[in-house]
Design a protein around this ligand. Structure first.
Ligand code: ZN
Length: 180
């Protein structure tokens, strides 16, 4: 399939799968805004856009947060995209604290593309936290999220200086929003 056609198909599929979801922040943006932002961030990384990286970013929350499955992604976009998505998907059968711990432990062992997606994902989440935090998160909870994101990203460093700089800028914004 032509790459642009495939890209459009992935946008459409992500929009359908995430259609009923909103981000946690007070602004309640459509969830699909987040995955499109992550795709844009990785496309502007030092590595630059390639098919696997951009499709993986667009679809990175499908299995974790929707009824979509790895098999469905494999059927539509191939085994390579599905494998990339599965590697950044938490095991939802585990308690939340354990999932968060495993993200930190798992990060250094992920593929370079998965580490790029993780860097962009955490930067997107921190910018959302700075600009539109969830109404029921107090400062301590927000600060704990920033600390945890930094722990996960510590294991993703060394693959893409541009994405790391963007992540560090997001950390600074999130911390500044707390101080204010
Ligand atoms: Zn995400």
């Amino acid at each position: 399939m032509d790459e642009l056609k495939e890209f459009a198909a992935a946008c459409h599929y992500a929009a359908q799968r995430h259609a009923a979801q909103r981000r946690k922040g007070a602004a309640g943006e459509p969830y699909v805004n987040h995955v499109i932002e992550v795709a844009d961030r990785v496309a502007r990384s030092r590595h630059g856009p390639d098919r696997l990286l951009v499709l993986g970013a667009l679809l990175h929350d499908i299995v974790e947060d929707t009824a979509g499955t790895g098999a469905e992604i494999a059927a539509r976009f191939g085994d390579d995209v599905a494998a990339l998505v599965m590697e950044v998907t938490d095991d939802k059968s585990l308690p939340k604290a354990e999932r968060k711990r495993l993200q930190v432990e798992h990060a250094p062992h992920m593929s370079e593309h998965d580490r790029r997606i993780k860097l962009a994902d955490k930067a997107s989440n921190l910018m959302a936290l700075a600009e539109s935090p969830p109404a029921d998160w107090d400062d301590a909870r927000r600060a704990a999220y920033v600390d945890w994101a930094q722990e996960v990203v510590a294991g993703c460093r060394g693959v893409d200086a541009a994405l790391e700089a963007a992540f560090d800028a997001a950390v600074a914004q999130a911390r500044a929003a707390l101080a204010g």
